[in-house]
Design a protein around this ligand. Structure first.
Ligand SMILES: [Zn+2]
Length: 194
């Protein structure tokens, strides 16, 4: 994180995704499907922890990860930053999709572009109702505090402001339909589902 000027950050051992899953009784080796919402480094640096999984990504996102806007080269750790992008480091089994689709009963992938061109959210039917895992379309809950009033807290990490605005329009409608939106980077999400 220091390399790209982010605040220093530390991860406790038990926060490693594979260990966190094991704590919940899930063996990472048995995970057969991983949905990549987008390919910024902080969303795919742990792909190797799921050696048997097929990784689902939008075609548009994969293309953009190879040749993003200059501002976002660091976020993708593109080849020209002198490293190998995290999504390219492993023997990934890709399932490259192009557009929205129902993955299985109760899980639908929705296009939520703006933060990146090919960002996809995951709409999940749960016993408590539908929930949208919004990833970096909504990093913090404060971004959607005014959603109902049309006040959009759009992240400054924005590839396309018009697309991002349309994504917020859509999330506003989804919330009216009873969908609960889950923020991707908010500590409240971690606390709630810990
Ligand atoms: Zn991101």
């Amino acid at each position: 994180m220091r390399r790209y000027g982010h605040a220093p950050c530390r991860r406790e051992e038990e926060e490693r995704p594979d260990l966190a899953l094991r704590k919940r009784g899930v063996d990472p080796d048995e995970i057969d499907t991983v949905i990549l919402t987008h390919l910024h480094w902080d969303h795919c640096h742990n792909n190797h922890l799921f050696p048997r999984a097929e990784f689902i990504v939008q075609k548009n996102e994969l293309l953009n990860a190879v040749y993003p806007l200059p501002k976002f080269r660091g976020m993708y750790e593109t080849f020209d930053t002198g490293t190998i992008p995290p999504w390219a480091r492993q023997k990934t089994k890709w399932r490259i999709i192009d557009g929205e689709q129902t993955l299985c009963d109760g899980i639908r992938l929705l296009l939520l572009p703006g933060h990146t061109p090919g960002l996809q959210g995951v709409l999940v039917d749960t016993a408590e109702g539908p929930r949208l895992l919004a990833s970096d379309a909504v990093p913090l809950y404060e971004c959607i505090e005014g959603l109902g009033q049309g006040i959009y807290g759009i992240s400054s990490l924005c590839d396309d402001l018009r697309a991002f605005t349309r994504t917020f329009d859509r999330m506003r409608e989804l919330r009216k339909e009873g969908v609960e939106i889950i923020a991707g980077h908010d500590f409240l999400t971690l606390e709630r589902f810990a």
